[in-house]
Design a protein around this ligand. Structure first.
Ligand SMILES: Nc1ncnc2c1ncn2[C@@H]1O[C@H](COP(=O)(O)OP(=O)(O)OP(=O)(O)O)[C@@H](O)[C@H]1O
Ligand SMILES: [Mg+2]
Length: 743
């Protein structure tokens, strides 16, 4: 089926054809035949790289041009939201029903807001969590959504991301019963069941545009699924390195999945020497430049230095311990073909398009503390394997598992390569996850009675798989908790959220976090300090994984805890009575200490050394701390705890920027972060007024401030600058120009 022949507006077809796509892939054709473009609900389950996004694009654009309304595109990860936003942006010139241009927006952050500005957009790309929070706020425009696209819907099976996705879909179907649902999935065993739940047709195909040869690597031989075998050239004693060198020799790139961050880094280091020797001169030069960019993409740390050294060798690692800026740089350099080998944790397993001719799954086992090693699912293996051989980049792809023995090789062949992905199951019925959703159902007016709540949860995938009665006990228990904690009121059959309950739901925090905060604030400790609040937020379940102390830190932490015991807003557990509680508390204190060091302007590198925290985890803790301090501020306001307000607000601003109080006025400037802010402050530029009166040459003479940034600063503060000076600044070429990232 040709794109030109589709019953889709001409302007849309033109854009697609111009992007180089002229014909539909068979799964896309199946989707069209199943009525996806005519408004039918559909679950499209097809292999990786089979072009599911294009079906979504066709569907969304036809929908908007012919019918109007709004389209929301749900993704499980921020990185994927960014990629899909880029995919949709190319349609910005299309005119929709009513004659206006289509607008594409993205929203992934800040949970406590209705984001009225999103109203202007026709296509909104978002994460499942953000969509959930918008629904809790009952953002008016959400009622106009007439098409929802759920990407990676097989992640319903994921304990963390799945429940939010099913609640969001159930709510959207409740808000707009006529909404069209398009769900995109990997091939799984029970597609039919998901389709039944969504009242949709379903299509399952095994077709892939690029042949993906799956197999197992044992020593220097690959055994493929189709019976083929191949020996790889033995250049070193390590088979995976040999394999990567082979791929490189044939002009390809390799993506190697490791099970932990540590092994991703170790693997990258192992590759460096050999890969580096095989690089061409021009590429080496270009990589020098990339390495420089890695160093200036944020504060210089031992991690950015080691990443930068690897990049010079054409190798890099990618995991959640890296900051977003570094991750994007690495993804781009790999996309541009500069990096030859990329090692990654499964953060890169889903949905992304990368030019990996060879994917290596180094370790099929994963470790979970308290649980031990377990083998990954076939579904996850298939997702990782599927990053190889993407149509935009390669004609064929190879995905290989690594075996150490013949027995293991047979196990991997049977258990993964030849195996079919598992059934997926709803993971909703967990108290920790459900309590927020139950409260939101009441607070956002989705139900007003116990019956109504059962009815709503009766529309979830969980109820479809297991029936509602099995979740009733859990809901009843949660309702009792919410009632006792005064988040809901009951009169007769009627259930209503209290002001407290409504605020908690809007703040998108776990009801238990809210109770922890409320009770602690009531205590009014003898000695209220910043540490009190930082520890309190680390004590809530919403902080997520806290920073666990290493064994040699425990003594120091215990001493610190003892010295500061007056300041904590919750009781310190006694070690011999509650060992686990005590250990948890140590971690909370470590998290609070790390946050405190951050706002005392300890450098990122010192934080890494002192607390052994990686940037990615530090940023996650900072993000969560900002959100929880905001929540605390709001709850303190609600309960009239006035003495908390300035402290919480000040902390929130300082945690956001990582600075002492004195730096707050100047770090508000765009381009000025904690490092540059400190340099300016120490040079005597302590206020906006000081900077306004500073000669521009004085600013550019400071370290890390290039002419372009100086100009940007001046533009923000106002003040007189001569025309010739402006001009000269534009012409100057300085290495500092590159360092425009805010830090
Ligand atoms: N009909 C087509 N002709 C040529 N290229 C296409 C066609 N449809 C899609 N593509 C290209 O195929 C690539 C893979 O598409 P896409 O990312 O949508 O795959 P997917 O099915 O979503 O895979 P995954 O399950 O890994 O997310 C993209 O680069 C896309 O531009
Ligand atoms: Mg996809």
């Amino acid at each position: 089926m040709k794109i030109a022949d589709l019953a889709v507006p001409e302007q849309v077809k033109e854009i697609i054809i111009k992007s180089g796509i002229v014909e539909l892939y068979p799964p896309q054709e199946d989707a069209v035949k199943a009525g996806a473009l005519e408004g039918r609900n559909l679950v499209l389950a097809s292999p990786t790289a089979s072009g599911k996004t294009l079906v979504a694009e066709l569907c969304a654009l036809k929908h908007l041009v012919e019918k109007g309304g709004k389209v929301v595109y749900l993704t499980p990860l921020r990185a994927l939201a960014n990629e899909k936003f880029d995919d949709f942006k190319k349609y910005a010139a299309v005119t929709k029903a009513g004659g206006k241009r289509i607008r594409v927006g993205i929203s992934t952050g800040d949970f406590d807001s209705t984001d009225h500005w999103l109203e202007r957009y026709d296509i909104i790309v978002t994460t499942n969590e953000k969509a959930d929070s918008l629904l809790r706020h009952r953002a008016k425009w959400m009622e106009e959504i007439s098409l929802v696209i759920a990407d990676e819907v097989h992640l319903l099976n994921d304990a963390e991301r799945g429940p939010t996705l099913e609640v969001v879909l159930a709510r959207l179907m409740q808000v707009s019963p006529d909404i069209q649902v398009l769900a995109l999935s990997a091939t799984i065993n029970n597609v039919g069941e998901i389709a039944e739940w969504l009242k949709a047709e379903h299509i399952t195909t095994e077709w892939r545009p690029v042949t993906l040869k799956e197999g197992v690597l044992l020593h220097d031989e690959i055994q493929f699924k189709d019976g083929d075998a191949r020996k790889i050239e033995k250049k070193t004693g390590d088979s995976v390195i040999n394999l990567a060198l082979n791929t490189m020799k044939s002009g390809g790139q390799a993506l190697v999945f490791a099970s932990t961050r540590k092994s991703a880094v170790a693997l990258a280091k192992k590759f460096a020497v050999q890969i580096s020797e095989a690089l061409s001169k021009p590429l080496r030069r270009s990589l020098e430049h990339e390495a420089e960019r890695v160093l200036v993409a944020g504060e210089r740390t031992r991690i950015s230095e080691s990443l930068s050294e690897l990049v010079k060798c054409g190798v890099a690692f990618h995991h959640a311990g890296l900051g977003g800026g570094h991750r994007r740089l690495i993804e781009d350099a790999f996309r541009e073909g500069k990096l030859k080998v990329l090692t990654a944790t499964p953060t890169l397993a889903f949905g992304v398009n990368l030019p990996a001719r060879t994917v290596v799954v180094q370790d099929y086992r994963r470790y979970e503390p308290g649980y031990g090693f377990y083998p990954i699912s076939v579904l996850e293996y298939k997702q990782m394997a599927g990053r190889a051989g993407r149509p935009k980049y390669d004609k064929t792809g190879e995905a290989l598992l690594v075996a150490k023995t013949g027995d293991e090789a047979s196990y991997l062949m049977e258990g993964y390569v030849l195996a079919r992905p598992e059934r997926i199951w709803s993971r909703l019925a967990v108290e920790r996850i459900m309590r927020g959703h139950v409260l939101a159902t009441i607070a956002a007016d989705f139900a007003h009675s116990e019956e109504g709540i059962y009815e709503f949860f009766g529309k979830t995938f969980y109820a479809h798989q297991y029936d509602t009665s099995s979740i009733k006990g859990l809901i009843a228990k949660i309702l009792k908790y919410l009632y006792e904690e005064e988040m809901i009121e009951v009169s007769g059959n009627d259930i209503k959220a209290t002001r407290f309950g409504k605020r908690v739901s809007d703040l998108y925090i776990d009801p238990v976090s809210a109770v922890v905060i409320r009770d602690a604030l009531k205590e009014k400790p003898a000695c209220l300090t910043e540490l009190s609040l930082l520890h309190l937020i680390a004590h809530t379940p919403d902080m997520g994984p806290i920073l666990r102390p290493f064994s040699n830190e425990v003594d120091e932490l215990a001493v610190f805890m003892d010295e500061h015991k007056e300041e904590f807003l919750v009781d310190v557990p006694i070690e011999w009575e509650d060992g686990l509680g005590y250990e948890q508390f140590l971690g909370e204190v470590k998290t609070a200490m790390t946050l405190n060091a951050w706002i005392e302007e300890t450098s990122e590198d010192q934080l890494i050394e002192r607390y052994r925290v990686q940037p990615g985890d530090l940023y996650r803790v900072i993000e969560n701390a900002k959100w929880l301090l905001h929540a605390m501020h709001e709850l303190a306001m609600l309960f009239g705890e006035k003495q908390i307000l300035p402290l919480a607000l000040g902390l929130m601003q300082r945690v956001d920027k990582g600075v002492k109080k004195e730096l707050l006025p100047i770090v508000r400037l765009e381009g000025v972060g904690r490092v540059r802010g400190r340099i300016m402050f120490n040079a005597g530029y302590k206020t906006i007024e000081d900077i306004k009166h500073a000669p521009i040459e004085d600013l550019t003479s400071l370290p890390l401030i290039g002419p372009r940034l100086a100009k940007r600063i001046k533009e923000q503060v106002g003040g007189f600058v001569k025309t010739e000076t402006w001009k000269k600044l534009d012409e100057e070429d300085d290495w500092k120009q590159k360092a425009l990232t805010e830090y």
